[in-house]
Design a protein around this ligand. Structure first.
Ligand SMILES: Nc1ncnc2c1ncn2[C@@H]1O[C@H](COP(=O)(O)OS(=O)(=O)O)[C@@H](OP(=O)(O)O)[C@H]1O
Length: 359
């Protein structure tokens, strides 16, 4: 409709011209020039113009829409949408991150989208599910040198057959000195993921958010135990299996040295987000830009939130699907689970050289 109205406006301007003083031949040449100009404008505005690359968001939004179908609760509603004010971050803020698609409609975007190039992520948040991975990624995105995909790409677990170029194409454009990131917490427990990430780049930095929180479901005991009376833990239940960190880490250590990993404490990400973000920024080789001045603790939400994300003058917390109320789990159930996890946790402490103090 904007194309139509433009043509209408230009027609009005042309018809308003006084061609009286020109010869018929000149009038005809002006007329044909106008026709050529209209056709060119029409094609360009419809995105068929070869000399103007199509905006990245055109290519990404289709994919991102698909992702919402697979992973409805994530990304869009949970984005904190935090941006920065530096020139670099204005560009990145305008680029197409899921959840900000409304901002992406402006004309500036297609210009901004052409800066930089799409690179494979140099760092990936590979786990763990429900560990606080969305919070970590959104906190990191405040950093002007971090650019990340909003949705979870699920490339190394679900969409690997689409190929590496497909994956790279999902990435936001980055400028010199910026790092590309994504988060898909199911990678940590995906058997094939370590080999696949390794074949993309052996230098990929891997971040795992770990925590000791018991998975919360109303029928937790029924699901966690094969037999409530014997107290035999059901290790086939994914919520239980996810927590056997040592087992999953073993799989990754076959391909990556420990130095390539950072284990972020899911608990401290809530109690001391700035402190934990300091470690993360150091690990990624970034300047410590994200500090305590970016956070406040929202009592109602019960979690740290961002004070003033760029592009908004109001503080923002993660959406409803993050920080849900959890059911009370009887203490004897917790005790049995602790017993079950203890040897695995000890092994994990030994493997990482860090006592997480979960016992
Ligand atoms: N700042 C902040 N705001 C809200 N929630 C926070 C925050 N920091 C950590 N958490 C915890 O993150 C849990 C969700 O983890 P993930 O984002 O990794 O979940 S997911 O695997 O991507 O679905 C989520 O789990 P639930 O409490 O079960 O909803 C929170 O406990």
């Amino acid at each position: 409709s904007s194309v139509k109205s433009l043509i209408w406006h230009v027609s009005c301007v042309v018809s308003g011209f006084n061609f009286g003083h020109l010869k018929v031949q000149s009038k005809l040449s002006v007329f044909f020039t106008m026709i050529i100009l209209f056709t060119y404008l029409f094609y360009c505005l419809n995105g068929y113009c070869d000399s103007l690359p199509r905006p990245v968001y055109d290519q990404q939004s289709n994919f991102q829409n698909k992702i919402i179908l697979h992973d409805g609760q994530d990304a869009s509603q949970d984005q904190l949408g935090a941006y920065n004010a530096s020139p670099v971050s204005i560009v990145r803020g305008q680029l197409s991150d899921l959840g900000n698609s409304a901002n992406v409609q402006s004309n500036n975007i297609s210009i901004a989208n052409n800066f930089g190039s799409k690179k494979f992520p140099q760092a990936i948040i590979i786990g763990v599910k429900k560990g606080g991975t969305r919070a970590l990624l959104e906190f990191l995105r405040i950093h002007p040198d971090v650019r990340a995909v909003g949705a979870e790409p699920h490339f190394f677990d679900r969409f690997y057959d689409k190929g590496l170029e497909w994956y790279r194409n999902l990435m936001p454009r980055t400028l010199e000195g910026q790092i590309t990131m994504e988060k898909t917490p199911s990678y940590f427990i995906t058997k094939e993921a370590p080999r696949r990430v390794f074949s993309m780049s052996r230098h990929t930095k891997l971040i795992v958010v770990t925590l000791t929180k018991s998975p919360g479901l109303p029928s937790f005991q029924n699901l966690a135990f094969r037999n409530a009376t014997t107290g035999l833990i059901d290790t086939s239940w994914s919520a239980v299996r996810i927590g056997i960190y040592a087992k999953h880490l073993e799989n990754w250590l076959r391909f990556f040295p420990l130095s390539r990993f950072l284990f972020v404490s899911g608990e401290r990400l809530v109690t001391d987000p700035a402190g934990e973000m300091g470690r993360v920024q150091d690990f990624l080789g970034l300047k410590r830009v994200v500090t305590d001045k970016h956070f406040y603790f929202n009592q109602t939400k019960g979690f740290p939130c961002l004070k003033k994300p760029e592009g908004s003058s109001r503080p923002r917390c993660l959406g409803k699907s993050k920080g849900r109320p959890h059911p009370q789990i009887p203490s004897e159930v917790l005790l049995r689970l602790r017993d079950f996890y203890r040897p695995f946790n000890l092994k994990f402490y030994q493997m990482t050289g860090h006592d997480f103090g979960w016992d």
